[in-house]
Design a protein around this ligand. Structure first.
Ligand code: ZN
Ligand code: FE
Length: 265
């Protein structure tokens, strides 16, 4: 397993990524023999880690219904009897507690509140834990990128990212994939002179060279370097306008054009 991040401020909770498949991260939160996971697409690597740490899985938090996020749920529940939290509108069946915007859940002694963030899928939600200053956002916001629009509209995704960007600047962003290097290459095509982005490229390259994850990031870093959160910036608008003359400055239109550009990048 990759190194875990520092315990959350005064909560004693450690947060670690369990790598799965090609580039997924299943986030593990643990304290005193108890654990929860976010988006376990595969059970085997989670069971191995729980076994090693002699931990009991209390809960599973799901952000959306895609197989690489829910594929391990049944096996984990069979082994640990964990409670499964997920979106109210999810087509995925194996959910014990279905959640909507503003709902709060208590697990591992922490309070998590639910944000509805449709766009990548229509059922997509994110979990915000104020005490840990941590956001678990699945495939909505990625480090220096965002999820593809499989089910929702550009306007929905734009609103969802806006909701996330209003969290505290120092909030940590725990997304579900290691896509950062490719996302940064695209971001540099959009904003080649963005100094925060250039620094981020170097930091990210150094982490990957050591085989370490580039996540979590922070809301501050995303706002400074993620083009999908920067649709109001003149630099981003100009880059989009050069490729799509006439798009103009409407932020949703800029976002939509940016997303299409990235899809073919
Ligand atoms: Zn997905
Ligand atoms: Fe995914």
């Amino acid at each position: 397993m990759t190194p875990s991040t520092e315990p959350g401020p005064s909560t004693g909770i450690r947060i670690s990524p369990i790598p799965a498949f090609q580039d997924n991260y299943i986030w593990l939160l643990e304290r005193a023999g108890h654990a929860i996971v976010v988006d376990p697409g595969d059970a085997a690597p989670v069971l191995r880690v729980l076994d090693q740490g002699k931990q009991r899985l209390d809960a599973i938090l799901l952000t959306h219904h895609h197989a690489d996020h829910v594929g391990g749920v049944s096996a984990l529940v069979a082994a640990h009897g964990a409670q499964v939290f997920g979106p109210a509108t999810s087509p995925y069946a194996h959910i014990d507690v279905r959640l909507r915007e503003g709902d709060r859940i208590g697990t591992l002694g922490q309070d998590f509140s639910v944000l509805e963030v449709p766009g990548h899928t229509l059922d997509h939600i994110a979990y915000w834990c104020p005490a840990l200053e941590a956001l678990f956002c699945g495939d909505t916001l990625f480090a220096c990128g965002c999820g593809r629009l499989f089910e929702g509209s550009a306007a929905q995704m734009f609103a969802s990212l806006g909701k996330i960007s209003r969290l505290p600047e120092k909030a940590k962003v725990y997304c579900a994939h290691e896509y950062t290097s490719a996302n940064i290459r695209f971001a540099l095509a959009v904003e080649p002179a963005n100094e925060d982005l250039i620094r981020r490229r170097d930091d990210c390259a150094a982490l990957r060279q050591r085989g370490q994850p580039t996540v979590p990031s922070t809301i501050r870093l995303e706002k400074a370097s993620n083009p999908f959160l920067r649709c109001a910036q003149a630099t981003v608008q100009a880059a989009v306008e050069r490729r799509n003359p006439g798009v103009g400055r409407d932020e949703v239109k800029v976002f939509a054009a940016l997303r299409v550009w990235k899809d073919g990048f």
